[in-house]
Design a protein around this ligand. Structure first.
Ligand code: 5GP
Ligand code: ZN
Length: 115
């Protein structure tokens, strides 16, 4: 989608630190990390937020959680982690393409996150 930062990262128009990639998902480091480890799990399909998903997105939605598991087990030595998803402007969403924040590595955000 034009004018979507995450679509531009997925197409390579905007550079990002890529952590992991599968057929339907990309994981990049957040440009303004709120935790020692702050990744964004982003589906390649442009969808505004979870409210706009449908049955066709079932596999992709499951793959988001499996990507989080992969990061923890295969890239972060089994680390504990937190997932946060903002769905709508009033709850803090600023990029309107579905993404899940993956947070790890310790710090206050673990107990009172306002991501
Ligand atoms: P939201 O506020 O929508 O839940 O999260 C959007 C996240 O995207 C923010 O944490 C913000 O720092 C991150 N972000 C915004 N622009 C870019 C960018 O160009 N590259 C990367 N890697 N992250 C970005
Ligand atoms: Zn997009």
């Amino acid at each position: 989608m034009q004018d979507c930062i995450f679509c531009k990262i997925i197409s390579g128009t905007i550079a990002a630190k890529k952590i992991h990639e599968t057929e339907d998902i990309i994981v990049v480091a957040d440009i303004a990390p709120k935790a020692p480890i702050h990744y964004l799990i982003i589906p390649k399909k442009h969808i505004q937020d979870i409210r706009f998903c449908n049955q066709d997105d079932q596999k992709m939605l499951g793959n988001i959680l499996l990507a989080a598991q992969y990061l923890a087990l295969n890239m972060l030595n089994g680390s504990e982690f937190k997932l946060v998803s903002n769905n709508g402007k009033s709850v803090g969403q600023s990029v309107f393409h579905i993404h899940i924040h993956f947070l790890s590595g310790g710090g206050n955000y673990l107990t009172n996150a306002a991501i």
